[in-house]
Design a protein around this ligand. Structure first.
Ligand SMILES: [Ca+2]
Ligand SMILES: [Ca+2]
Length: 228
């Protein structure tokens, strides 16, 4: 499998940094000048094209400000303001189609940012139609649930996760999405966790290798012959 993780070329995988709400001219060129010549794409582990943490400062349910880092937390609803932060990442899936992929997996490691014991922290993973640009609307844009993971600081300082998102990604591709958005939302009251800039979650997409298909086609008649 080809790995596109954290490349800095202008083909794919150059993240728009967390906390930068406006795409720079370079990033805009990158987005409009994406290399779609070598399609359809082979299987790959994708780094996010764009990502950010967004905060709902007043607990009203909508995103208000971009965060310097991709934080996740939720203040107890009895406190005012009922501050909530989510982290979201968008992956460029141009060149993939629903029938062409065999699996899609979101993987990553979430780190504790404030080790206060607020109980088990559960984080929901939600998939949405991305556009390669982080906007405050990504905070509560319509999404599909794709599972969750948990950890319990201060005993745990981090949690690694891997979540099957094959059906969700296939649905997004069928609908014509060019970017897959993955949002991490706090499922309960919890102190802050963070996705660090040098270790962003990835989206791994598998497609049948052309060589494997050819080998299987060749192998089938041989097996039959041997049985005679
Ligand atoms: Ca708000
Ligand atoms: Ca977006």
């Amino acid at each position: 499998m080809q790995t596109e993780h954290l490349t800095d070329s202008y083909s794919r995988g150059r993240p728009i940094r967390s906390g930068n709400p406006v795409t720079t001219p370079e990033d805009f060129l990158f987005q409009t000048g994406r290399n779609t010549a070598a399609l359809p794409r082979t299987g790959a582990t994708l780094a996010p094209f764009a990502y950010s943490g967004i905060e709902d400062t007043d607990g009203g349910g909508s995103g208000d400000v971009f965060m310097d880092s991709a934080f996740i937390n939720a203040v107890d609803p009895s406190f005012t303001p009922h501050n909530v932060r989510k982290a979201m990442f968008e992956y460029d899936v141009t060149g993939y189609s629903s029938p062409s992929i065999t699996s899609a997996t979101v993987s990553g490691t979430l780190h504790v940012n404030n080790a206060l014991d607020t109980g088990v922290r559960t984080i929901n993973v939600q998939l949405y139609t991305g556009d390669g640009v982080m906007t405050l609307g990504d905070f509560n844009i319509a999404s599909t649930a794709a599972g969750s993971f948990s950890y319990h600081p201060p005993t745990d300082s981090q949690v690694a996760f891997s979540i099957d998102v094959t059906s969700q990604v296939k649905s997004l591709l069928t609908a014509g999405a060019q970017f897959v958005g993955v949002r991490y939302a706090p499922a309960n009251t919890q102190a802050p966790s963070v996705f660090v800039d040098f270790q962003q979650p990835t989206l791994t997409i598998a497609v049948p290798e052309p060589g494997t298909i050819a080998l299987l086609a060749l192998a089938a008649p041989l097996v039959l012959r041997r049985r005679r």
